[in-house]
Design a protein around this ligand. Structure first.
Ligand SMILES: Cc1cc2nc3c(=O)[nH]c(=O)nc-3n(C[C@H](O)[C@H](O)[C@H](O)COP(=O)(O)O)c2cc1C
Length: 206
């Protein structure tokens, strides 16, 4: 079967791409409006793009032609936090993807607890064990849809101590969730190691 993207409708392109780009990490983004109202929402068009500076990127489409609350908030306050989605908070993550009215505290309404972050004014989500505190680096509008690319510089990562052993975050302890196509998600409870064949001593993964 061949799919020619130019022949597909918007929703079919979306469905195809999100079925192909799997599994995707989920940026569960907390933000704050210029009036101080808390917001949270998941975005799975998400990746890291650079180490120096340490940059992450997520892409947000329009809702009925309007920017989503997360983008409006980040453009106003220049800060956000990415909270890790895990087996323990997946239902609440899903709650925060609902179309709340602008100005509603989505963290509270989803049964979540906002806790102060250490380096940004935006709160972190207590029910998540790992937080990436970010300052806005840049935004960009792409395509005719259009989508907002939000690029953040990671200022600090805070991780629950029980996730750390030998100075490293324990991948098995995180119980991170990935997003597949449609309603499908994946757990990360079946991890395995694979040695890099051309690994050089000076490289990053020592
Ligand atoms: C797992 C998951 C991943 C999502 N990923 C994206 C995404 O990458 N881009 C996007 O625009 N919307 C995405 N959504 C939808 C948004 O989370 C949803 O529109 C949300 O209401 C936006 O909230 P806000 O208006 O408070 O920013 C995703 C939803 C779920 C459940």
């Amino acid at each position: 079967m061949d799919y020619l993207l130019n022949n597909l409708e918007y929703k079919d392109k979306y469905r195809l791409l999100t079925n192909c780009i799997v599994p995707r990490p989920i940026a569960w983004v907390s933000s704050i409006s210029k009036d101080g109202i808390y917001n949270a929402a998941p975005f799975s068009y998400f990746t890291g793009i650079s180490i120096e500076p340490p940059l992450v990127l997520f892409a947000v489409e329009r809702r009925n032609g309007e920017k989503k609350d997360t983008v409006i908030n980040i453009e106003n306050t220049k800060e956000f936090v990415i909270n890790l989605v895990t087996e323990n908070n997946i239902e609440q993550m899903n709650e925060t993807s609902k179309d709340f009215e602008f100005g509603e505290d989505e963290i509270k309404m989803s049964g979540l607890t906002a806790v102060p972050s250490k380096y940004v004014k935006v709160p972190s989500i207590l029910e998540s064990p790992l937080h990436m505190e970010c300052k806005l680096y840049d935004t960009m509008e792409i395509g005719s849809s259009p989508h907002s690319l939000v690029i953040g510089e990671v200022i600090a990562v805070t991780v629950n101590d029980e996730m750390i052993s030998d100075g490293r975050i324990q991948m098995n302890a995180l119980q991170a969730i990935g997003r597949m196509g449609g309603k499908w998600y994946t757990k990360t409870d079946h991890l395995f190691e694979l040695e890099r064949l051309d690994w050089r001593k000076s490289e990053l993964n020592e």
